[in-house]
Write a protein that binds this ligand. Structure first.
Ligand SMILES: [Zn+2]
Length: 426
């Protein structure tokens, strides 16, 4: 780290902060209310069933308009599509006639085809940890009408399957998280995850009745901006994905309060702030869809940008920012050392977070497709034990305290000011 740059980032920011320290700052009430709306049942988990993500997009477009954002085209929407397997109908799993609760007792593998069948249960021993041992214990040619119960110790059986085994349920004792994935075809396999406590060792039979539907999903990204007061053709970009997992059957939806209604609400709050307090550069606010299906929205937007990506001074992606008691994590911190040292020195100066952890690169959220196009980008998320929900049906709004939201807002505002320093020149 160059000492000169570090000092400059500090001094200039201090001056700007003193000058523009204006009335309106973060609005945690607005953020919480926005999360409440986005995570409510009427948004259907902001996924691919019952137009959940479209309902969220329409709500967010109204909020962008209210904030006073401009659009690059006639509106904020950037439409595109992708294929995905969905579960709009029946998702039933009964053991010895007892119904299990979807999302609590079990989840289904995302690319599963529809199935309605009864199976005899075959238990693998709890101690098994090697794939090879499976074949010593069962004959895969003798599995017609049988469902293999796989213990947790055999890692990744649910995610990756077991070659030769077309019907399995892996037991888990931890949290029942689910995921989705874009898919061009369905798989004729039965793969489930089942809560260990929901299954007795003496269980004999089960019935799996799942209705799934492969479809082309029409999605939209939302893009708005505030023109820069001094250099309008350079951009500071903030992104967050507003989509979540949607529904798994008629009765189960995933609220996605932390992931990522929290980041979406934060970006809207920044939009409201910068609309009233324009910065030196144009501020762009991008709310992305399809993240949970595999960064579909950010990939599309990075391929089809509405402004020149080479003019982006910096991009910050927010994904899960409702905690913070243990600090802030920054993916790509080690890729952009000058900027991360700047962020660190701003943080120390005002003592926003007790700890900022600078990580390396990781293609685990929407910063990635932009970064791969050469855009300098951080992905930020908060850390803290106060909320550990992740991809569960209990990721609800009332659990999310926004512990360090004021710190996050203050730090980012100063970091945006610091983007006028030379270290951000490309
Ligand atoms: Zn997620």
């Amino acid at each position: 780290m160059n000492k000169f740059y570090q000092t400059r980032c500090f001094i200039l920011v201090f001056m700007l902060f003193a000058l523009f320290s204006v009335t309106h700052a973060q609005d945690v009430q607005f953020v919480k209310q926005t999360v409440k709306t986005l995570a409510s049942p009427k948004m259907q988990g902001r996924g691919y069933v019952h137009n959940g993500d479209r309902k969220a997009a329409e709500f967010l477009a109204v909020e962008m308009k209210k904030a006073g954002l401009m659009s690059f085209g006639k509106d904020y929407f950037q439409p595109y599509s992708f294929d995905i397997n969905t579960f709009p109908g029946v998702v039933d799993f009964t053991i010895d006639g007892r119904e299990l609760v979807p999302g609590i007792d079990f989840v289904v593998y995302p690319s599963m085809a529809s199935v309605d069948a009864k199976y005899q249960l075959v238990f693998l021993p709890d101690t098994i940890s090697q794939l090879n041992s499976v074949y010593q214990l069962i004959d895969t040619n003798q599995l017609a009408n049988k469902l293999v119960i796989v213990p947790e110790s055999l890692s990744n059986a649910y995610r990756k399957g077991i070659p030769g085994v077309k019907t399995l349920a892996q037991t888990v004792s931890g949290s029942m998280w689910w995921h989705v994935s874009h898919a061009e075809k369905q798989e004729n396999i039965v793969r489930l995850k089942i809560r260990k406590q929901a299954l007795s060792d003496s269980a004999k039979w089960c019935r799996v009745h799942i209705e799934s539907k492969l479809k082309q999903h029409e999605a939209v990204n939302l893009i708005g901006y505030v023109p820069g007061a001094i250099v309008a053709d350079s951009f500071f970009v903030m992104t967050a994905h507003y989509d979540h997992l949607g529904r798994m059957g008629k009765n189960t939806f995933f609220p996605g309060a932390s992931d990522n209604a929290s980041g979406t609400a934060a970006v809207l709050d920044f939009a409201r702030y910068y609309a009233k307090n324009p910065g030196r550069y144009s501020m762009v606010f991008i709310l992305l869809s399809g993240e949970e299906a595999g960064l579909m929205g950010s990939k599309f937007n990075a391929e089809n940008p509405l402004f020149p990506l080479e003019n982006v001074r910096f991009l910050i992606n927010f994904d899960m920012v409702g905690t913070g008691s243990e600090g802030l994590s920054v993916v790509n911190g080690k890729q952009f050392l000058l900027q991360s040292h700047c962020l660190d020195s701003l943080n120390r100066q005002e003592q926003f977070f007790a700890d900022i952890r600078m990580g390396g690169e990781s293609c685990n959220s929407d910063h990635c497709p932009y970064y791969q196009k050469g855009v300098p980008a951080f992905f930020m998320f908060t850390r803290g034990n106060e909320d550990l929900e992740y991809h569960t049906i209990t990721d609800t709004e009332e659990k999310l305290p926004f512990t360090a939201y004021e710190s996050l807002f203050g730090l980012i505002r100063q970091f945006v000011d610091a983007s006028s320093t030379k270290i951000f020149d490309r």
